[in-house]
Design a protein around this ligand. Structure first.
Ligand code: FAD
Length: 554
């Protein structure tokens, strides 16, 4: 399953036409990880599926997380054993099925004086954590004494350090995970289209939802999509979509904001990711990634505008203070921050609970008119969330029309790009490819970066770099152009914000070199997608607004 021919931005008009030409078994509203997982689960069971996303895929919370596929050590503190067990197991399944995107990494938990976990409780906690998650023996936690802990991570403050625990978590690229899951859903027959917004429901004579009025935000036309069942997977917008149906009754969302700051790796050169205590009894991460380290996250109630939440001065101060407390010699300041992102957790409201006490469990609500809404949950648990949602939809369809669909088998489905599974395999594979790709400018490191985005689809990107050889002499530009063309043709890239933010993560991790590359990429995308001068101006303005926003904190 290496190609996804119908997930091309060039085919978008055809996909839109198709949205209006049939009655789907299932319509999914929202193209974050929840919606993508549901589309894949339903399409693989044999349902006809449409998915609409009002902006770009993953443009909501699913590109703004801590980018970990994790068992959730903090949930152990809240005694949510079931959640820890489920997400721990999911972690292993995702590593198997999306091996290029879910990668084991060392995580270090420093034990400090007056920290939230003591030596004994950390040791027991990490043991239970590994046990619940079914972690392999070789990867289980190791406890370190003060000297060992300091040697492991010399930047940690020594005066209050008592020791530490070393354990395994998995890093990911959240937005790319969404795209690869969506590509896999498309390969199973789902019709997933970005920049299409659901603006109002349609009903049959009995008052049951029969589809949605949709707005094509690129073609500026409105049309109806007909569906037997509708799932609202709109993340932080779940209640807004519920309101399009009726007043929100019963449970409702409670949004909390979390921000991350990115600094150059030389300013916070950690040997591994660290999960550390903050003075308000919360814990946050510092995670090295390529030439950067990112630190976060906060957890504060949020009542503002849902589109593009921002990192404010108070968020900046909280994260910098936390980092400077635990790594006292680094003295990070505003000047060190090279990028940032802010995201909203779509949690379920519980009376009397503060942001960090709210459960991360997912819940499904069904409205009187039949709309199934799903909220809460984690990136890590998306496959199980999808299974529960599609089980419910399948049951309803069976009851109503006698149509029977397969049981869930997404634990067996290899996600697009995940066809190579063993780590040794990767190295050999990357070395082999570097031989050929070297001719168009890729060295081993460049190949590795490409591989951790595209996995077993990497050769398709390299082929495009060969095609671009005579067109672009500059190696760096040619490499970025190859990814752009791949993104347009295979990953529904409709503008350079999609490319720089969701498909490559460059706005966060390589922002410093974007401005130089922008003109050549703009010329290429304008030619591929036949943009007018007006389109170019509009998209450029939209991208550079985001480019400025990630380093603006007022
Ligand atoms: P979203 O990704 O927001 O997707 C919903 C989509 O619906 C949006 O793209 C939106 O544009 C679209 N939409 C809304 N209304 C409409 C409409 N009318 N028509 C069409 N489309 C519409 N989880 C982990 O497992 N690991 C982590 O490390 C982690 N870290 C986190 C850190 C932070 C700061 C935050 C905020 C969350 C974190 N999470 C983490 C949780 C995880 O990111 C979320 O649970 C998950 O991304 C939610 O995905 P979603 O698809 O439900 O929502």
């Amino acid at each position: 399953m290496s190609k996804s021919p119908t997930f091309s931005a060039l085919q978008r008009p055809k996909a839109i036409k198709q949205l209006t030409s049939q009655t789907y078994d299932l319509l999914v509203i929202g193209g974050g990880i929840t919606g993508a997982g549901i589309a894949l689960d339903a399409a693989s069971r044999g349902m006809s599926v449409a998915l609409i996303e009002k902006n770009d895929f993953a443009s909501g919370t699913s590109s703004r997380s801590t980018k970990l596929i994790h068992g959730g050590l903090r949930y152990l503190k809240q005694l949510e054993f079931g959640l820890v067990r489920e997400v721990g197991r999911e972690r292993a399944i995702l590593h198997k099925n999306a091996s290029h995107l879910v990668i084991p990494e060392n995580m270090f938990l420093p034990i400090i004086e007056q920290g939230s976990l003591g030596r004994y409780s950390s040791s027991v906690g990490l043991y239970v954590y590994d046990w619940l998650a079914g972690v392999k023996r070789a990867e289980r936690r190791a406890m370190l004494n003060k000297q060992e802990a300091h040697k492991q991570e010399p930047l940690l403050r020594k005066d209050i350090l008592l020791g530490g625990g070393l354990y395994k978590e998995y890093r990911t690229d959240d937005a790319r995970l969404v795209i690869e899951v969506m590509k896999t859903a498309v390969a199973h027959g789902a019709n997933c289209v970005n920049y299409v917004k659901g603006v109002g429901f349609t009903y049959n004579d009995s008052g049951v939802v029969s589809g949605i009025e949709a707005e094509d935000r690129m073609g500026e036309s409105n049309f109806t999509i007909k569906a037997r069942k509708t799932v609202n997977a709109a993340g932080p917008w779940v209640d807004k979509v519920r309101k399009l149906d009726h007043e929100v009754k019963g449970k409702r969302l409670h949004l909390t904001k979390g921000v991350h700051l990115v600094v150059p790796y030389q300013r916070l050169p950690l040997n591994q990711a660290i999960y550390f205590d903050v003075s308000d009894k919360r814990m946050i991460f510092a995670i090295p990634r390529g030439k950067t380290t990112y630190v976060g996250t906060t957890d504060t109630d949020y009542k503002g505008v849902l589109e593009k939440p921002r990192t404010r001065e108070s968020d900046l101060k909280y994260v910098l203070d936390a980092a400077n407390f635990i790594f006292p010699t680094v003295n990070l300041t505003l000047k060190d921050v090279i990028s940032s992102w802010a995201g909203l957790r779509p949690l379920i409201h519980e009376e009397g609970k503060g942001p960090s006490e709210l459960s991360r469990k997912d819940e499904i609500f069904v409205s009187e008119s039949g709309i199934v809404s799903i909220a809460g949950g984690k990136l890590t648990g998306f496959r199980k969330m999808a299974e529960r949602t599609v089980d419910l939809v399948a049951k309803q369809l069976y009851k109503e029309s006698g149509t029977k669909f397969k049981q869930c088998f997404t634990d067996q489905i290899i996600i697009s790009g995940g066809e190579l599974q063993e780590v040794d395999d990767f190295r050999e594979y990357i070395s082999d490819l570097t031989g050929t790709a070297g001719q168009v400018g890729y060295n081993f490191e460049g190949m590795q970066n490409l591989f951790y985005k595209y996995g077993s689809n990497t050769p398709e990107v390299i082929e495009l770099a060969f095609d671009l050889y005579s067109e672009e002499a500059d190696v760096q530009k040619r490499k970025w152009l190859a990814e752009l063309v791949y993104g347009i043709r295979h990953e529904a890239v409709c503008n350079l914000s999609d490319y720089f933010i969701r498909r490559t993560g460059r706005l966060y991790f390589e922002r410093g070199v974007i401005a130089d590359q922008y003109p050549v990429l703009e010329k290429k995308i304008a030619a591929e997608l036949t943009w007018s001068e007006e389109d170019m101006t509009e998209y450029k303005q939209a991208f550079f607004e985001e480019y400025e926003q990630v380093v603006t904190f007022n």
